[in-house]
Design a protein around this ligand. Structure first.
Ligand code: GLV
Ligand code: GLV
Length: 324
């Protein structure tokens, strides 16, 4: 019988075309919003495989109710929305989309470093609001990147790519926190988090969200940062204690923050982060280039094909649990 694949949101069509060319039936959600948990949980009953979005909650109850699934491919590198342990115990392979979005996400992190340290947002708003009366010698002053120290928390693909951009283009000194030393050609040095926090002029987070990283940057961490520090988060909002961040920005404990992720998402319009002059908040656009999203669509589809045809997934999150 023809196998059926469901894509939970309309993504760039390259992946669906690949799946159809391979002979699979592909349906795509027609809703211009995320499906609700219940909608997706019952919809999935009629399919062999799913391409899910990072805001689809694939928890224990979902998986138990859909234990027939042959494969799930998350349209993201992060997979904190999926109960991996339960998927493994039900022998459902889980795929993700690493590598293809590394460049796009590192570019957003670099953009946020510059935008936050050079006050792009408040400077632009001042023009919009009629405050641009003349060229001003002492307004909108920020800090240069050149020659400064970048602290990268989590030195995986994206963290390393950002470090490389900053070392090469801005002659920045790189220090990082990771579980093990990572070979690199940037003279980047592994340090403890406490040292990274007190020495860095820019701090960028590149960790997966899990129970050890949740809220790892809170009041004590902000208190040990430099006053000129710029915090950038393109990973997951929950890694930062957001109330502590707002307080640190209000009291100028640190200079500024550039965020592509928040807690929750979407961030409600009345949230204080939107009102602060020293915070810039993007709506989770790290991977939002045509190049990355097209490659993610294709990689997600390749994971599905491999899962349906009993091959190894190209990007296989729970490989260690499932390979005999
Ligand atoms: C985006 O946040 C992703 O995990 O791909
Ligand atoms: C994501 O791809 C990472 O390892 O940083």
């Amino acid at each position: 019988m023809q196998k059926k694949v469901f894509i939970t949101r309309s993504i760039l069509p390259d992946g669906a075309e690949l799946l159809r060319a391979r002979g699979y039936k592909v349906d795509v959600s027609e809703l211009d919003r995320p499906m609700t948990y219940e909608e997706l949980k019952s919809k999935a009953h009629g399919y062999d495989a799913l391409i899910t979005m990072l805001n689809d909650r694939i928890d224990e109850a979902f998986l138990k109710s859909n234990s027939h699934l042959k494969v799930i491919s998350n349209y993201a590198v992060g997979f904190n929305n999926i109960d991996i342990k339960m998927a493994s115990s039900l022998k459902i392979p889980i795929g993700n989309t690493p590598d293809v979005l590394t460049e796009a996400t590192a570019e957003v992190a670099l953009g946020l470093m510059i935008a936050a340290s050079r006050n792009f947002l408040s400077a632009e708003r001042s023009g919009e609001q009629g405050q641009w009366k003349n060229w001003h010698p002492t307004e909108h002053l920020g800090f240069a990147l050149s020659g400064k120290t970048l602290g990268v928390v989590g030195f995986g693909r994206i963290g390393l790519r950002l470090a490389s951009m900053c070392a090469r283009a801005f002659n920045m000194k790189i220090i990082y926190v990771a579980n093990s030393e990572k070979e690199n050609s940037l003279a980047a040095i592994k340090v403890e988090l406490s040292e990274l926090l007190s020495k860095s002029d820019f701090i960028s987070l590149h960790l997966p969200l899990n129970c050890t990283t949740k809220n790892m940057i809170g009041k004590a961490e902000f208190d040990s940062m430099k006053k000129n520090a710029v915090l950038v988060n393109t990973a997951r909002g929950e890694i930062v204690d957001q109330a502590a961040l707002i307080k640190a920005l209000k009291e100028n404990t640190i200079f500024a923050a550039g965020l592509d992720v928040t807690d929750p998402e979407p961030l409600p319009i009345e949230n204080e982060l939107f009102k602060l002059k020293n915070a810039i908040v993007l709506p989770h656009i790290g991977s939002a280039t045509y190049e990355a999203r097209r490659a993610m669509s294709i990689l997600a589809a390749k994971n599905i094909i491999a899962g349906l045809e009993d091959h190894e997934l190209e990007a296989w999150v729970n490989k260690k649990d499932l390979l005999p």
